[in-house]
Every structure is written in C-alpha cells, then in structure tokens.
Design a protein around this ligand. Structure first.
Ligand SMILES: Cc1ncc(COP(=O)(O)O)c(C=O)c1O
Length: 391
C-alpha cells in the first residue's frame, strides 16, 4: 500500500486509527500505551478535547489568510510565547527544521551586521537540528549528512558538554557569531550536560558578542519540567526554537528571539506561506491553555522524576544497562549493545517506544502521563529490557 510513498522511513507494520490520551488503537482494534507521543509532539496525548474543539471551531470559521494581513491569533500566540520564555519577538513557521533555519539566518544577518563576511555558528557533535540543507549541516551526525554534499558553509563543530572546546574557538576563530545547542540532546541519545553548562556558554557568548541560540524543539513546551529547558538554569538565550509539542500535532514551529537578534529579520528577508495561520495559532493557544490549566509542566517534572527513580530501581545494576538518565519526561536508558529490535518487541506487547543513537531506549511520554501510567511504563519497559539482555 505504501508503494507510492518515497522510502524516507522504515515504517513499523502498524497503523493507528484512533487515540485517547496516552492510548492508541490500531486498525485491528489492538490497544497500545504510547510512551513516545509522536516523538515529543503529542504533549497532551491524543485527541485532547480542548485542542480538538479549538481546531473544529477555528476550521469552521477561518483557516488561512496570508501573512500579508494581520493575524490576531498569531499575535496572541507570540505574546504568550514571549511571556513564558522571556523572549521579545517570534517568527512562526511549520516545523522544527524551519525554526532552526530562521535561527541560522538570524545569526548570519547578525554577523553581517557586525561586518563579518563569513559568519560561523558553533554546533555540537551528536546534535540534531533537522533535515533541510542548513539544519542537516548543523546536525552532528554523519548519517544525516551522507550523500547530500556539498554541505553548507559556516558551521564549526565541537563536542557536546565541552566548554574548553568552545573557548578554543573563541580564541582562534574570529568569524564566529553564535552557538546553537540543544539543552538536552534528544536524537543524540538523551544526553544531559553538566549543571550550568548553558550558563557557562552564556558567559562566553557575552564576552565574545555571540548569540546563544537554543534548539528547544524536543525539550521545549514543558517537556523537561519547565516551560523551556534553559529555565533549569539562571540563563536567558538570545534565540530559542520550538516546534513539536507547540501544536500537539498541528504542524507549527517558532523561532523566538530577544534584543538585537529579534530585530534582524525585516520585511522581505524571511517568510513562509503557512506560518502561524489562524488554524495552527489557535491550536497552539489551546495547547498552552491546557498545559497551564492542567498544571502539566509540574506534572512533567514529578512524573519524570518518578520514571527516573522507577527505572533506577528496576534496572540499575542490571548487566548490560550502562546508564539511566533524563530530564522531566525525556528519559534515556543506555545499553551496552545495539537494541533497535526492542522497538518491534515493544510494539508486539502494545507499547510504543523508540531507540536512538543505536543503544539508547528513548521515552517521551505525554505531559498528561499519570503516576499509574508511569508505573506501567516502568514495569513494561524494564521487563522488555531485562529479557533482551538475558538472551
Ligand atoms: C532537537 C530537534 N531539532 C530539530 C528537529 C527537527 O524538527 P522537524 O522534524 O519538525 O523539522 C528535531 C526533530 O526531531 C529535534 O528533535
């Protein structure tokens, strides 16, 4: 049936027909516990009544006009995002990659504004920023880049969580204008840096006059137990990108900025047809309302902690489990061997999980996950891992 789709995904042999909260049902009527949430997209779970109602109402009123005209809902959403992030202005787009493209373009304009002809952005090993040409170049994974050369100029790569490497660039590369980093690396394996990593980068950026640009596409909108992961530290970036959970499934991305970074893009310098149209903006407003009224940021923090403690209880000391780590509802369990097959095994048991970086079981359950559901996740995933490692 998929003969007419380009083979961009090795899809699992299942199709879902219906969802409700953390649960999904496939076309055969089988029920699944979704501990992946569409890869950190469905923060409110599936078929959230508040979002569904907002979408239905907006769809019957006005879906799209154009960014040639004022869009009140987009303005309201921008104001809400600025309020929760400390940023000042927002550019809306349709995906994470596009949000990062906007950030990269801002960094280049910022550099040219300072008479730097070939501005360079520091990016990290094992990072993931998207699949467009600039964002795959920024991504620290050769598999994502292979075959697409020539890559885009203007990126300097350093190891993640290595401040000395950034200081070396500061001392040697005068064309550098920005650092682009995920506060917790998602695709790279749920890599949590040392405490105050971002604060230290902030200091270097301030000394050098660089922009600090955070890719919060996976970590943002409550996932780590704050609205944004940078809020775990005493730090304010210049640019923040979000997408995924912002629309809870409706495609929307955003590039937030403050200070001079917020003034770089001007009429004619950037844009996108669908960005922040009435439908996606209304959906995102409903998402923020639901997260706020349900106190779900705090829930992500406490249930995330419960998951981490549960897995530590169940799995630490198990031969083959090398690390259990996470931040809020971003959990990684690292094994000493490739474990991609766990995804299929979990599916057969009615559970959706993911394996990233070859050896890391990744869980990104929705922000609505209850304590009881968290217990179920711990029990099912631990059992799966124990059985796999015992073979
Ligand atoms: C941290 C991060 N940045 C960027 C992206 C790209 O987002 P999108 O797939 O919406 O383009 C992702 C997607 O997984 C991501 O996790």
């Amino acid at each position: 049936m998929a003969d007419h789709l380009m083979s961009t995904y090795a899809r699992l042999p299942v199709q879902f027909e219906r969802g409700d909260g953390i649960w999904l049902w496939d076309t055969e009527g089988r029920q699944y516990l979704d501990a992946l949430g569409g890869i950190a997209v469905c923060a409110l779970g599936h078929a959230h009544p508040g979002v569904s109602q907002a979408l239905a109402e907006q769809a019957s009123r006005l879906v799209h006009t154009s960014n040639l005209y004022g869009i009140g809902l987009q303005e309201d959403l921008a104001a809400r995002l600025c309020e929760i992030s400390g940023m000042e202005r927002v550019f809306f787009c349709n995906s994470g990659a596009e949000a990062n493209e906007a950030a990269i373009k801002i960094a280049r304009l910022y550099g040219h504004g300072r008479d730097i002809n070939c501005p360079a952005i520091i990016v990290m090993e094992n990072s993931f920023h998207g699949r467009t040409m600039a964002t795959l170049t920024a991504t620290g994974n050769r598999k994502v880049q292979a075959g697409f050369e020539p890559l885009v100029r203007g990126f300097i790569r350093v190891p993640f969580n290595d401040l000395e490497a950034i200081r070396t660039i500061a001392a040697t590369k005068s064309d550098t204008v920005a650092v682009l980093v995920e506060p917790v690396q998602g695709e790279g394996g749920i890599n949590v840096p040392d405490r105050n990593y971002l604060e230290a980068i902030r200091r270097i950026c301030d000394e050098q006059g660089w922009l600090l640009m955070l890719d919060e596409i996976q970590t943002g909108i409550g996932r780590t137990g704050h609205w944004f992961a940078f809020q775990h530290e005493n730090v304010l970036p210049d640019v923040v990108t979000v997408a995924k959970a912002l629309g809870n499934s409706v495609p929307i991305g955003a590039c937030l900025a403050r200070g001079s970074a917020a003034e770089c893009l001007q009429p004619g310098s950037h844009g996108t047809t669908f960005g922040g149209n009435p439908l996606s903006a209304r959906a995102a407003l409903a998402v923020l309302d639901a997260i706020e009224s349900g106190n779900l940021v705090a829930n992500a923090r406490s249930v995330g902690q419960q998951l981490l403690e549960g897995f530590t209880d169940q799995l630490s000391g198990t031969a083959g489990v090398t690390d259990i780590r996470g931040s809020g509802l971003m959990i990684g369990i690292e094994l000493d061997r490739p474990c991609g097959e766990l995804v299929m095994r979990a599916l057969q048991r009615g559970l959706l999980i993911n394996v990233t970086a070859n050896r890391v079981v990744r869980l990104l359950p929705p922000l609505i996950t209850t304590e009881r559901q968290a217990d179920m996740i711990v029990e099912k995933v631990s059992e799966l891992i124990r059985e796999f490692l015992a073979e």
